[in-house]
Design a protein around this ligand. Structure first.
Ligand code: PMP
Length: 441
């Protein structure tokens, strides 16, 4: 940058100039004119020039109990001042507390955890654990899944734009996505389609593996894929199938965990299935970098080699995780998400009634998406509507997320502590954005 160039810019423009010069160009923020965020409180954020936005996406469902939640900030700050780092070579109380709190809300017998710094690492841990426990090395995932950015995780991921390499990690196969809105078997898709999707899973095992898979891994609600909720009974049957072939069932709850889906702590619980291994990240520590892999003791003990994570389980991020979990329990976030979620869905369905390009409204609790189409008859995915709606919402000072394989899905996932009034305000802004976008297109 030329000397003095930043003097003529707004604060946001100056930061963006630095971003362009010093950050990998593969990092692509939302919007034509990306937002430089500077401050946050609850569901509100401010950009570097002081403009305030209502945040219905919470940094990809991560600030689960609101930006700068005072209890989480206080405990993290205090821990940083007391003891900031140890590595897993030493034992700390915050890590044990976070693990104990997790075990208290995790389904069934899941009780032993390994902490990392991201969802990707937690996925790697889960897959390695499944390979070690079963002595096998093939894994089945779903098409349109997103599981992370490492070599292994990006290969398990099945969305082209998130797979940087053509080189494949061996032993990964993909089964049909149980995607009701685009169900290839029957419209409207219902419980009867579950068996057809599960048959495909079994077919993949029988025809593309050696019949001895280590695991089947799936997001309980597909996040990046566009908040796809499988038809009723899918996970119960899928878990049965993988177990009948001697493999484990791994649930990826990175997006859908921690009460987000309403009523239960983890979305997989709606299916009545206890996973063998469960992966968490994002909302677990309200923005502190934490990934977690939880399993049963009989599986955990299969990992005989030594393993270490220098930053995993750091006292500061563990204090943040423990504090976040404490707030979640005290505030009963599963019930709050159920209640506020129905308020949100009701408003979104009203908007669907007004706009033909809103093909589908779906999700659970406070994880809701709109699949945008050219028109409801053709169901042609419409990334152009999604892009325009993102921009229109930004003009209304509202943050929403984009996703789906074609970038044609709008995703909403606010803080689990969002109030009735804030949802109402969000829906009003969203309604104006939809109208503004339609008029402009
Ligand atoms: N699994 C799911 C379902 C995710 O949504 C993500 C992140 N979007 C990951 C895994 C990877 O998490 P991270 O970005 O923290 O590595």
């Amino acid at each position: 940058m030329e000397p003095g160039a930043t003097d003529r810019m707004t604060k946001s423009q100056a930061v963006m100039a630095g971003q362009r010069e010093f950050i990998f160009p593969a990092v692509q923020p939302f919007y034509d004119d990306p937002l430089v965020l500077d401050e946050g409180e609850g569901v509100w954020v401010r950009d570097a020039d002081g403009v305030e936005y209502l945040d219905l996406f919470s940094g990809i469902l991560t600030t689960s109990v609101g930006h700068c939640n005072p209890h989480v900030v206080e405990r993290s700050r205090a821990q940083m001042g007391r003891l900031g780092h140890t590595s897993t070579l030493y034992v700390t109380k915050p890590q044990v507390e976070a693990a104990e709190r997790l075990a208290a809300i995790a389904p069934g017998r899941l009780s032993q955890t390994f902490f990392t710094n991201s969802g990707t690492e937690a996925i790697e841990t889960a897959i390695t654990m499944a390979f070690l426990h079963t002595g096998r090395s093939e894994v089945i995932a779903l098409r349109q899944a997103y599981h992370g950015r490492s070599f292994l995780a990006s290969n398990i991921t099945a969305v082209d734009v998130w797979r940087p390499l053509a080189t494949s990690f061996p032993g990964i196969k993909h089964a049909l996505t149980p995607y009701p809105y685009r169900c290839p078997f029957k419209q409207p898709c219902d419980e009867s389609c579950t068996e057809a999707f599960v048959n495909d899973l079994e077919d993949v095992i029988r025809t593309t593996t050696n019949g001895r898979p280590a695991a089947f891994i799936a997001e309980s609600i597909m996040g990046v894929g566009g908040y796809i909720v499988p038809p009723p009974g899918y996970f119960a049957r899928a878990a049965e199938i993988i177990r009948s072939y001697g493999g484990l069932f791994i649930s990826d709850e990175v997006q859908s965990g921690f009460g987000r889906s309403g009523k239960h702590w983890f979305a997989i619980e709606h299916s009545g299935v206890e996973p063998d291994i469960m992966v968490m990240a994002k909302g677990i520590a309200n923005g502190a970098p934490v990934g977690a892999t939880i399993t049963r003791p009989d599986i955990a003990e299969s990992w005989k080699a030594k393993t270490i994570s220098t930053f995993g389980g750091s006292p500061v991020s563990m204090a943040a995780a423990a504090a976040t979990l404490e707030v979640m329990v005290n505030e009963d976030v599963p019930s709050r998400a159920e209640e506020r979620g129905s308020q949100l869905v009701k408003g979104l369905r009203e908007l669907q009634g007004k706009h033909d390009w809103i093909g589908d409204v779906r999700g659970m609790g406070l994880m809701q998406a709109l699949e945008l189409v050219e028109d409801r008859d053709s169901k042609t995915p419409s990334p152009r509507h999604a892009k325009a709606l993102m921009e229109a919402a930004k003009d209304e000072r509202l943050l929403i997320g984009q996703g789906g394989v074609s970038g044609h899905v709008i995703r909403l996932g606010p803080s689990l502590l969002i109030t009735e009034e804030e949802i109402r305000e969000g829906l009003e802004r969203f309604g104006r954005s939809c109208q503004g976008m339609e008029d402009a297109l």
